[in-house]
Design a protein around this ligand. Structure first.
Ligand SMILES: [Zn+2]
Ligand SMILES: [Zn+2]
Length: 136
């Protein structure tokens, strides 16, 4: 898989509101990340990402496998900003072992070694922990 250079795509480099309009594809991807992180991360299901357009008027479908592509007009080559923002979301999240949705690393809790319900090393989101009455 040809992962773009993610170091150029650090969210802290996203253009701030009031600064000049984002001009590069990477800038526009970072703006999407900052504004729509929750929707993109929590909307992940079975290998499919749903990414809102910059205007919010449409939602595009992004797949990374078997090769990156997006349902937007520029997306067939897998190099549009929607594919880029999915790479950034991937880098900053991990899947919950319970529900499979993606969360920021700090929002997941690692299962202890002596768990009866989960495999040690599994990581769970808060909703899954609550739904199972705790993590043991
Ligand atoms: Zn796209
Ligand atoms: Zn979960």
């Amino acid at each position: 898989m040809d992962e773009p250079s993610i170091s150029r795509l650090a969210p802290e480099r996203a253009p701030k509101q009031g600064q000049a309009c984002p001009t590069t594809r990477a800038d526009r991807a970072l703006v999407l990340y900052v504004e729509h992180f929750e929707e993109i991360a929590l909307g992940f299901r079975a290998g499919v990402y749903r990414v809102p357009s910059s205007t919010g008027a449409a939602t595009y479908t992004v797949l990374l496998l078997p090769r990156p592509c997006c349902s937007c007009p520029d997306g067939r080559g897998g190099e549009c900003k929607h594919v880029l923002v999915v790479w950034v979301v991937l880098k900053h999240t991990d899947p919950c072992s319970g529900c499979g949705r993606r969360f920021r690393h700090r929002e997941l809790t690692e299962v202890p070694e002596d768990s009866l319900t989960w495999f040690p090393g599994d990581r769970l989101c808060q909703s899954c922990i609550v739904a199972h009455g705790g993590i043991s």
